[in-house]
Ligand binder design. Sequence first.
Ligand SMILES: C[S@@+](CC[C@H](N)C(=O)[O-])C[C@H]1O[C@@H](n2cnc3c(N)ncnc32)[C@H](O)[C@@H]1O
Length: 259
Amino acid sequence: MTGQPQIGDVFGEMLRDAFAVATGVGPRPLAGGRLPRPVIEIIERDDGLVNGAPAAHYLDGPADWQPYDHRAVDRVRGATLDVGVGAGRIALLLQDRGVPVTGLDTSAGALAVCHRRGVRDLVHGTVDGHVADGRRYDTFLLLGNNLGLLEGRERAPALLAALAALARPGAQIIAHGTDPYGTRDPVHTGYHERNRRQGRLGGQLRLRLRYRDLGTEWFDYLVCSPDELAGLIRGTAWRLTDVDDRDAPYYLATLRLAG
Ligand SMILES: C[S@@+](CC[C@H](N)C(=O)[O-])C[C@H]1O[C@@H](n2cnc3c(N)ncnc32)[C@H](O)[C@@H]1O
């Protein structure tokens, strides 16, 4: 016993259990072999902060979505790549609307849940890896806070370049982000300061996810202000054309392929 989690498909295992609880399909997680056990996503930050949240919302239908999710899907047009499709909640609605949508995810287990729920077109891997497949898209979705996949100053240009390589002329990215700087909680403001001292963006979170005995490797996930986002986009193939912050601190950023 090392006290360290086994590295594995945390998201996939968690979504599989959340799906079993929601539908009765597959073995349900039980406490003491008898009582239903809630499925909780555990997020560890590298300063020791731990947060837990029920995983069930990844399966939510549109009636339970946040308003910005509805505004995001209403902006979709053309062939759409749902980056980090999760349990497929957004892709399923787009499919119902007749939108040609592809769900991409690094989690094989998440894709298995998407498949069981009826998402038809799924890709296992990264955006960068998908470029060689030759498919091209008009809309890219980074929802469920997945603007975080920009990670920080190092990764953002590469991810945006890969999305540009997958883009048709006039393509758009619709991304859900969170502005982290409204808080006065010293746990967070202190973390932002520490990050800046290290040359990182304030909200460049270093996280790992845990579920039962599994953990992910540590990874960067970005929460940034719209101004910081504008800075990250400068010099890339994309232009920031709209920031919808009606549900602040959450916002929807729309980026368009320049030229
Ligand atoms: C916070 S969840 C969001 C799920 C979904 N977009 C939603 O709104 O319900 C993040 C998802 O992104 C996936 N993911 C994480 N890193 C990824 C990467 N580099 N490329 C593609 N997907 C990734 C995770 O496996 C997970 O399914």
